[in-house]
Ligand binder design. Structure first.
Ligand SMILES: [Zn+2]
Length: 354
């Protein structure tokens, strides 16, 4: 019998709508199955910690996950949540919320050295390909010793986006600073965790051959860049269904597959509600296509987020400290409802099955 496989998908900046997803103004009001409408509930999920999804392609549940552990002072950022997920204990309990967005990366690295989700599996896989350039103007990355480095000046004179030279604008993620997000993926703690566990880092060549995904899923960013000065051809656009097929194929070949989808974060920082609705549609289409390809008796699929923002795009600029959704498929409600903290996801995925 084929061993059980787990797929963990990490969205970025997708929170529970604190005003309720039933109201027409909600970014999630057109949801097909991930946020089921319930006319008797005015806000959030109601008293149920674990909501059955009646219209999902396979049986599944929606759980509210608290990424801030009740902390209020400081900022919640990606690295904290992903460290908690990847080492199975709360990075917030050790670190607290970030002050001034400072990343005490050494502490996170120490936690990953203690325990690392990738090391818990015999055949782990990181589905994201790393961005094939180390941009030294963005600070250290977990792959800088593997990739050719480019300075800010080299990038601004040699790289074009939609036909114009890119202008890097620091931490601002608007406009041409998409490059920031592409390079940022190389700095994420899960890249470090994968390397530390000896997981092969996938490349843009793997993307071209259908053996990896990019952090934009459809290459909507990557397809618009001209990197020819660095001998890199742009990636052609990819359909959501194709991406789902690649992820399900990776799950056939591994017992744990992790994928991080970055676009909701980028969209959240634009403040455009129509773009937020569109990116949620992409998420739902991708998840539906994936669920249609897996056997829920053999495969567990967990989809979660690191912090909110998309749901409050109309009125919030930072990352709000609201709860995030975690969706579980291929699990019964007793197990699914355990994922009320990021660290619980580690324990859910690594618990021995009956
Ligand atoms: Zn994030």
């Amino acid at each position: 019998m084929k061993p059980q496989t787990s797929i963990l998908i990490a969205l970025d900046s997708v929170g529970i709508d604190p005003l309720g997803h039933n109201r027409p103004e909600s970014v999630y009001s057109e949801s097909r199955f991930l946020f089921p409408r319930n006319p008797t509930q005015s806000s959030v999920l109601g008293p149920q910690p674990c909501l059955f999804l009646p219209d999902a392609p396979v049986p599944g549940f929606l759980i509210e996950t608290d990424v801030t552990n009740g902390h209020q002072s400081g900022a919640i950022e990606c690295a904290l949540t992903y460290t908690s997920i990847f080492c199975g204990s709360s990075a917030l309990a050790r670190h607290g919320l970030m002050q001034g967005l400072g990343l005490r990366e050494q502490l996170l690295v120490e936690m990953i050295a203690e325990r690392n989700l990738f090391r818990e599996f015999g055949r782990p896989c990181l589905a994201n390909a790393v961005f094939p350039l180390h941009c030294d103007c963005f600070g250290g990355s977990f792959v800088e010793d593997l990739l050719p480095a480019a300075s800010r000046q080299e990038i601004e004179t040699a790289v074009h986006w939609r036909g114009k030279p890119v202008k890097l604008t620091g931490r601002d993620k608007h406009g041409t600073a998409e490059l920031f997000t592409l390079a940022e993926i190389n700095r994420n703690i899960f890249i470090h965790a994968a390397r530390q566990a000896g997981v092969r880092l996938r490349t843009y060549e793997d993307v071209r051959s259908g053996a990896a995904l990019t952090s934009s899923l459809t290459h909507e960013l990557e397809a618009e860049f001209d990197f020819s000065a660095f001998d890199l051809a742009p990636l052609p656009l990819r359909e959501v269904e194709t991406a789902a097929g690649i992820l399900s194929q990776l799950a056939e070949e591994h017992d744990f597959v992790f994928y991080k989808y970055q676009i909701p974060d980028l969209v959240s920082h634009t403040g455009q509600i129509s773009a937020a609705r569109a990116v949620f549609q992409t998420i739902e289409a991708f998840v539906a296509a994936l669920l249609n390809r897996i056997d829920p008796a053999q495969t567990v699929v967990v989809i979660t987020s690191d912090h909110g923002h998309l749901e409050q795009i109309a009125y919030t600029h930072g990352h709000p400290k609201t709860k995030v959704p975690t969706w579980c498929f291929g699990l019964d409600s007793e197990r699914a409802k355990q994922v009320q903290t990021p660290e619980a996801i580690f324990h859910l995925l690594t618990a021995k099955q009956d």
